[in-house]
Design a protein. Structure first.
Ligand code: BDP
Length: 728
C-alpha cells in the first residue's frame, strides 16, 4: 500500500523531471543561429581527449572590464568545447593552465620578460606560446594591450573550434590594418538602409537608460574577428545624431562596446552647423562653422573619450558637402579633421562621389573629383574608396583611385550587406570577391602593387590604414537574415585583420565553427561557399555587365528600365544594348574612363583582345557575333553563362539536401528554403535578361539553354521582390 502510494506520488515528479530534461535539451539545441560562430558545443570526443591535458584552467590575473570579458569568454568557451568544467584559477597550480593578460595586468606574464616582442606587436597584437611556468607546461596568451589579449583569447578558441593542434604553439600576430570598421547604415527611426535582417540593433528610444544586452554579443562577435570600430548611423546622416541627446545615447553604446575593443564613430552630416547650430552656412572656411565643429568635437570627447571619429558622405546623391559652398573635398575634410585632431580622432571621407550630369560616365566621376587633391588631405583624414568605381556590383574592376593617390591614406570600403547580391535570400560568400579586389594589381609602383599593399600602407607608406564593411546585421534572431550571411560578417573581420588570408581558409574555419566538424560536410559546404559568388555573377551580370537590378530596391533584374530621373540610375545606361552589340565603351572611342588606370592595366583593359573576359562588357561595346575565348559568339556565351549560374544553384541545392543528417534540422531547413528562392530568382534573372537582350541580338538561344518560362512582358510587370514574401 505504502509502495503504491509512494509510486503515485513519485510518478508526476519523474515525468516532470524527464519532461524538463527533454525540454532543456530541446531548448539547448535550438539552432536559431543566434550564437553565430561562437557556439562552444562539445568537440568530437577524440579531440576533447587530446586537448584536455592542455586546457585545465583559465588564469587571468588582474581586473578590468576587458580582463573580465577574457576570463568569462575563455572559461565558457573551453568548458563548452571540452564538454566539462574548465575552472578559473588565481594562479598556475597545475599543468595545462591557459594564462592570459598583459605584462601590466599579470605578474606571471611580466615575469616572462617578453616586453620587447610584445611592444613590437602593439596593443592589438598577441603572442600565444606553449611554455613552462614553474616546471608546469602552460599556454600563455600575451599582449601589450588588453584588447590584444582578448584577440589572442579568441584566436586560441578558434584553434580549438577548428581542431588545430595546440601542444606546441608559437603564434605571433598583429593586425595589418588599423581601422577595421563596420559601417551601419542605420537610421534613427530604427530602419536600416539596405538592411535585410530586421531593424537596427540600436534602440535609440530606450537609450541611454536601457542598453540591450544583445549589444554585448554584437561586440563579442566583432572582437572575435578583430573588428575594432563601428559607425552607428547611416552615411545619409541625420544631423540629429550629433545632438546632445543622441550623443548621450551613443555614449551608452560606446560603454557597452568598450570592453571588447570596439570604438564608436558617427556619420556626420556636413550641414549640421545649420540644422543643429542655427548658423547660416556650413561653408568649411567660415570661422563660425569651424568653431561650431570644434565645440561639437569637444562635447563628444567629454562623453566618449575614445570616440573614433566622423565618417562623411559629402556631395553625393543629394547629401550636403563642401562643393555646395564651392570648396573642395579636401577643404571640407580638413576642416573636420582640425576639430578632431586635438582628440586624436579621424575623418573618414568617402570617395563615393558622383554628380549625375548628362553625358558623364559615373564610373569616372570619383577619380575626376578627388584625384587632383592627392596630397592635400590632413594627416588624420582617410579616403574611403569602394572596391569598384560604380557601386558594389556582383563584379567590378578595382577602383582606379587605389592606384592614383600615393600621398593620401586610402582605405577600402566593401559591402557586407548584399544589396545587389540577392539580399538576405541568396547564398553568396563574399570573401572571393574581396580577395579579387585586394589582389588586383594597380601597377602604381610597378608590378605587384596590389590593392592590399595600398591599403595596408606598405606601398605608399601611409600612417593610417583601414577597411570598412557596410554591415549586414539587424534585429533578426540570426543577426543577418540568411545563416550563410553570417559568414560574410566573419570574412570581413578576418580579411581586415589579414588582407592576405585565403578565402578557402576563411570558409573552412567558419564552417567548422558554425556548422559541423564532419570532414565531408565541411568540404561540401566550403565548396558551395567558394563557388557561390562566381555563380551569382553568372546568373545576374556575366561578362562585365553591371547595374541591371530593379531600380530602387535592387532585388532582381530590370535591364529594360530607363525611367529614373538621373540617367546613371537606369540599367540601360550601363549595358547599352543595341542592334550591334552590348556593353559600355569606356575606351578612347567611348568615355575613356579606362585611362584612369596605370598604363599596363589601362592597356590591358582597353584592348578587346587582352581585356579579361570577366570585364569585357564593363569596358567595351562588343558585337553580338564577336568570338570570345571559348570560340563562341558573345550572344551564345552570354546565354550559356546565365544558364550555368542557374545550373549551379540547382547543384548547390542538391549538395545541401545531401547534408540533411549532418546539419541540425532547424538551420538546414532554413537554408534549404532560401536556396529554393535563390533557384527561382536565378532562373528569373536568366529568362528576363535573355528575353530582353534578345530583342536586340535577334538571335536564338543556343543549345543547352533552357527555354524561357514566361514572356518578357510578364517579367517586366512585377519585380521579384513583389512576388517574394520571404525577403525582408
Ligand atoms: C548605394 C546604396 C545607397 C547608399 C549609397 C552609398 O544604394 O543606399 O546610400 O550606396 O554608399 O549602394 O552612399
Amino acid at each position: 500500500m505504502f509502495r503504491e502510494h509512494h509510486r503515485e506520488r513519485i510518478w508526476p515528479i519523474i515525468c516532470l523531471t524527464v519532461f524538463l530534461q527533454l525540454f532543456t535539451a530541446a531548448v539547448a539545441k535550438a539552432e536559431d543561429g543566434y550564437r553565430l560562430w561562437l557556439r562552444y558545443d562539445p568537440l568530437p570526443g577524440e579531440m576533447i581527449g587530446a586537448y584536455r591535458p592542455r586546457v585545465t584552467s583559465v588564469v587571468v590575473q588582474g581586473r578590468s572590464a576587458t580582463l573580465d570579458a577574457i576570463r568569462a569568454e575563455l572559461a565558457d568557451g573551453c568548458t563548452g568545447l571540452l564538454g566539462g568544467p574548465v575552472p578559473v584559477a588565481g594562479g598556475v597550480d597545475r599543468a595545462g593552465a591557459v594564462v592570459v593578460g598583459t605584462p601590466q595586468s599579470s605578474p606571471l606574464i611580466a615575469g616572462l620578460r617578453w616586453g620587447r616582442r610584445l611592444a613590437a606587436l602593439g596593443p592589438e597584437g598577441f603572442l600565444i606560446r606553449s611554455v613552462r611556468l614553474g616546471q608546469r607546461p602552460v599556454t600563455v596568451i600575451a599582449s601589450d594591450g588588453e584588447t590584444g589579449a582578448l584577440y589572442g583569447a579568441f584566436h586560441f578558441l578558434r584553434l580549438l573550434q577548428a581542431l588545430q593542434p595546440i601542444d606546441r604553439l608559437d603564434v605571433s600576430q598583429k593586425p595589418r590594418l588599423q581601422l577595421r570598421v563596420l559601417n551601419h547604415w542605420d537610421n534613427l527611426d530604427g530602419q536600416i538602409e539596405r538592411g535585410y535582417a530586421g531593424r537596427s540593433l540600436w534602440d535609440w528610444k530606450a537609450l541611454p537608460e536601457t542598453v540591450d544586452p544583445r549589444l554585448r554579443d554584437y561586440a563579442r562577435a566583432n572582437a572575435s574577428v578583430g573588428i575594432n570600430g563601428s559607425v552607428l548611423n547611416n552615411v545619409n546622416a541625420s544631423a540629429q545624431s550629433l545632438s546632445a541627446d543622441y550623443l548621450r545615447k551613443t555614449a551608452a553604446i560606446a560603454d557597452a562596446f568598450r570592453p571588447y575593443g570596439v570604438r564608436v564613430y558617427l556619420s556626420a552630416r556636413f550641414s549640421a552647423p545649420v540644422e543643429l547650430g542655427g548658423l547660416k552656412t556650413a561653408d568649411p572656411l567660415d570661422p563660425e562653422v569651424k568653431a561650431w565643429w570644434q565645440r561639437k568635437a569637444d562635447e563628444i570627447y567629454k562623453l566618449i573619450p575614445d570616440f573614433g571619429g566622423f565618417l562623411v558622405k559629402a556631395n553625393s546623391e543629394g547629401q550636403p558637402g563642401p562643393r555646395t559652398y564651392n570648396r573642395s573635398h579636401a577643404e571640407g575634410a580638413n576642416m573636420l579633421a582640425a576639430a578632431l585632431a586635438p582628440h586624436k580622432g579621424v575623418v573618414i571621407w568617402r570617395a563615393f562621389v558622383y554628380d549625375p550630369k548628362p553625358g558623364d560616365d559615373r564610373a569616372a566621376a570619383a577619380y575626376d573629383e578627388l584625384q587632383p587633391f592627392d596630397g592635400q588631405f590632413a594627416p588624420n583624414v582617410l579616403l574611403q574608396v569602394k572596391n569598384g568605381p560604380v557601386d558594389f556590383q556582383p563584379r567590378e574592376p578595382f577602383h582606379p583611385l587605389f592606384g592614383a593617390m600615393p600621398k593620401t591614406q586610402v582605405m577600402l570600403e566593401v559591402q557586407i550587406t548584399q544589396e545587389y547580391l540577392g539580399q538576405s535570400n541568396h547564398l553568396v560568400f563574399l570573401a572571393p570577391m574581396w580577395r579579387e579586389v585586394l589582389d588586383s594589381d594597380t601597377h602604381a609602383r610597378g608590378p605587384g602593387s596590389t590593392v592590399a599593399k595600398v591599403i595596408d600602407g606598405s606601398l605608399f607608406g601611409g600612417r593610417l590604414t583601414g577597411m570598412a564593411g557596410v554591415a549586414n546585421t539587424g534585429s533578426d534572431r540570426n543577426w543577418t537574415g540568411h545563416h550563410f550571411a553570417q559568414g560574410n560578417w566573419y570574412a570581413f573581420g578576418r580579411l581586415a585583420w589579414n588582407p592576405d588570408l585565403p578565402s578557402r581558409q576563411i570558409a573552412d574555419e567558419w564552417t567548422r565553427m558554425t556548422f559541423t566538424h564532419d570532414p565531408r560536410a565541411v568540404e561540401s559546404v566550403a565548396r558551395i561557399m567558394l563557388e557561390s559568388r562566381e555563380a551569382a555573377v553568372d546568373y545576374m551580370t556575366p561578362l562585365g555587365l553591371h547595374h541591371l537590378m530593379w531600380a530602387g530596391h535592387h532585388y532582381g533584374p530590370q535591364p529594360w528600365w530607363d525611367k529614373e530621373p538621373s540617367p546613371v540610375w537606369n540599367p540601360v545606361y550601363y549595358h547599352r544594348a543595341d542592334a550591334r552589340g552590348l556593353g559600355f565603351d569606356r575606351t578612347k572611342t567611348g568615355s575613356n574612363a579606362v585611362s584612369q588606370y596605370q598604363p599596363p592595366v589601362r592597356d590591358r583593359f582597353a584592348d578587346l583582345d587582352t581585356c579579361p573576359e570577366k570585364f569585357l562588357l564593363w569596358f567595351h561595346h562588343v558585337p553580338w557575333d564577336w568570338r570570345v575565348r571559348s570560340g563562341r559568339t558573345l550572344w551564345d556565351e552570354l546565354a550559356l553563362r546565365y544558364q550555368r549560374g542557374v545550373d549551379w544553384v540547382r547543384g548547390a541545392r542538391k549538395s545541401w539536401d545531401d547534408l540533411g543528417g549532418v546539419i541540425d534540422a532547424e538551420r538546414h531547413a532554413a537554408v534549404a528554403k532560401k536556396l529554393s528562392v535563390q533557384e527561382r530568382d536565378a532562373a528569373w534573372w536568366r529568362d528576363s535578361c535573355l528575353l530582353y537582350f534578345q530583342t536586340f541580338s535577334q538571335r536564338p538561344l543556343p543549345p543547352g539553354v533552357e527555354q524561357t518560362r514566361r514572356t518578357l512582358r510578364e517579367y517586366m510587370a512585377k519585380s521579384l521582390l513583389d512576388i517574394d514574401a520571404t525577403n525582408h
